[in-house]
Design a binder for this molecule. Structure first.
Ligand code: GLP
Length: 253
């Protein structure tokens, strides 16, 4: 597990975007696993800048992690709208090569199956992840079990509270989502987990330390052979304190 700590999220985003540019440039049919939330926004801004500087996404396929149940793509808080607003409208990725699960279909079980097929046909080269304050990845919430494939999940209270900032009120936040399971994330050739700000410091520390546990879904990344945590100083705070403490203990016996 690699840990990269940057002075601020903009520099961290440049690093992550450069990793993605390399994959896009050196892979014949690159598949990018993409995330939503406020964390990847500076990364998408940077990719747009790279595109304006000449990087093409015309041969890229994208696979998003999740979508709210009940929100059509036209809803401003849907993850379909988010991706359009922050990335897709500015780059030359082909619409038919972008994939996001639909949360507005009657047959959610059928949609999960369909999405698993899409993933099976497009193994992910680089997976971008954020992390929830409770350690969730995608919408794989802390639970007694973790799911392998795409599934419908009831969102944890802290997730609804955290995401209510995007909606007019907490009541408007959908309480269910459709999310990929852990298999495509663990099968991705490379994982970049981005975390910015002190609010994520505890979740980051819990993910990288201790045993793999279903109560902290991001901890499963410890078994991935190529994962990089891309952090700013805030998100790295607890980790850095612990390193300092270990160092002091070592130096003073
Ligand atoms: C959201 C998304 C996750 C995201 C996380 C953190 O609910 N489903 O993919 O990583 O929660 O969001 P943010 O980056 O806004 O803190």
């Amino acid at each position: 597990m690699n840990i990269r700590i940057f002075s601020d999220e903009r520099t961290a985003a440049v690093y992550a975007a450069a990793v993605i540019e390399y994959v896009v440039q050196t892979t014949e049919h690159p598949v990018l696993g993409l995330a939503t939330g406020s964390t990847p926004v500076p990364l998408y801004d940077q990719l747009v800048e790279f595109h304006q500087a000449g990087l093409s996404f015309a041969h890229v396929t994208t696979i998003n992690l999740d979508e709210y149940v009940g929100l059509p793509p036209s809803h401003p808080q849907s993850y379909h709208a988010f991706m359009e607003e922050h990335l897709f409208r500015y780059i030359d990725v082909r619409k038919e090569n972008t994939n996001i699960p639909r949360g507005d279909v009657q047959d959610l079980a059928g949609e999960c199956k369909r999405y698993d097929e899409v993933i099976k046909n497009h193994p992910i080269d680089v997976q971008v992840l954020g992390i929830g304050v409770n350690g969730h990845i995608g919408f794989n919430e802390p639970d007694s079990v973790l799911k392998v494939g795409t599934h419908v999940v009831t969102l944890a209270e802290e997730t609804i509270a955290a995401n209510s900032r995007f909606f007019a009120s907490t009541q408007e936040v959908p309480n269910r989502a459709i999310t990929v399971g852990l298999q495509p994330i663990l099968r991705a050739k490379k994982v970049l987990l981005l975390a910015f700000g002190e609010a994520k410091a505890q979740a980051v520390m819990q993910a990288i330390s201790g045993d793999v546990r279903t109560s902290l879904p991001a901890s499963i990344l410890q078994v991935h052979p190529n994962v990089t945590f891309v952090l700013d100083q805030g998100a790295a705070r607890v980790f850095l304190e612990e390193e300092k403490r270990k160092h002091a203990t070592y130096n003073h016996g």
